[in-house]
Design a protein around this ligand. Sequence first.
Ligand code: XUL
Ligand code: CO
Length: 433
Amino acid sequence: MTDFFKGIPAITYQGPDSDNDFAFRHYNPDEVVMGKTLKDHLRFAAAYWHSFAWPGGDPFGGQTFDRPWFGDSMDAARMKADAAFEMFQILGVPYFCFHDADVRPEGNSFAQNTRNLEEIVDYFAAKMEATGVKLLWGTANLFSHRRFMAGAATNPDPDVFAFSAATIKTCMDATMKLGGENYVLWGGREGYETLLNTDMGRERAQAGRMLQMVVDYKHKMGFKGAILIEPKPQEPTKHQYDYDVATVYGFLKEFGLEGEVKMNIEQGHAILAGHSFEHELAMARELGIFGSIDMNRNDYQSGWDTDQFPNNVPEMALAYYEVLRAGGFTTGGTNFDAKLRRQSLDAEDLILAHVGGMDACAAGLKAAAAMLADGKLESARDARYAGWDTEAGRALLASDLDAITAKVMAQAINPAPRSGRQERLENLVNRYL
Ligand code: XUL
Ligand code: CO
């Protein structure tokens, strides 16, 4: 036990009228919505990196947070794990997610990194057993250390590719050992700064080959979880190869992996790509590659990845609407890839940020479920496309340009424009919030 969260109670559901800051108003884990509890719908996970490894720096200043576990020893790593599992239990989050570099000190060799990781994995295993907290996904940090400054899989130096491949293997092993339900790849530096020094053809081919090796290893080791790619358009590199869901789908097709890899979609990354979160979710659903979400909120003005805790319920309702339309999560879940603002120094800030985020997700999901159950949005959409469900509509797609031209002539087809009714539908959405 640490005393970091001393005096902070376990958070319970107290209903919308509670004025207790340390309570859920919307997230009742046992509440059943569309035949499933909120706990099983949302599958919340806390992110180790932002909550326990990030020191509060920005480009103009370093550490603001003062955490007793900051340091590079194994003792510090164990204390960090103690505090992390205390937070998971206070919040009642069923899952967590981590990178290797979040949880173990950096060694002076690959072998030392691996030993450090394995030792912490055993420490986690005991804590997971004792608390019932599970691993939503593991991943490798192939972007912080200076060896990765020119990329991991896409590096011009084959030794960096090799170091990265070996690191991914150890992180997949760790994920498998801990019963993780997914393995995530975010290509933090898989992109470029300037074409003047970049061979884009080679870099993309290297990234494709690495992903094929990851999928091969998944099958070899018998990992039953999903392999997920997390798209992001830029930051840290100026041009990322995995720009957005549609771009990644093209990449998967090119390397024959579209049936093997799904998406971990992050709100902030969607905004940086010039999309809405719901656009990215809907695109993944349509392409059959929806996997999981990194929930956060991006600043709409700044142009960089702000990873704020989510609190915009109307936007989240539209996002969960797409999650529900995709059939909900299977191996995926709602991971809070969100960090405190750097002035939010206290232990209670960390708890309350998650409480607010979890409540906003629950409110969004319940609104989304009500929209779906009511069916008005779906029937309006169906009505808009009803012409395509007729015999003539279906025949059109099986026809050709000559036959269609003859038909337009013979029947004097002259389409009458119809309203898209956008404002009416927007008004309808607001009724569920
Ligand atoms: C970075 C980001 C990562 C991934 C995991 O923007 O989202 O934290 O989620 O590497
Ligand atoms: Co993320």
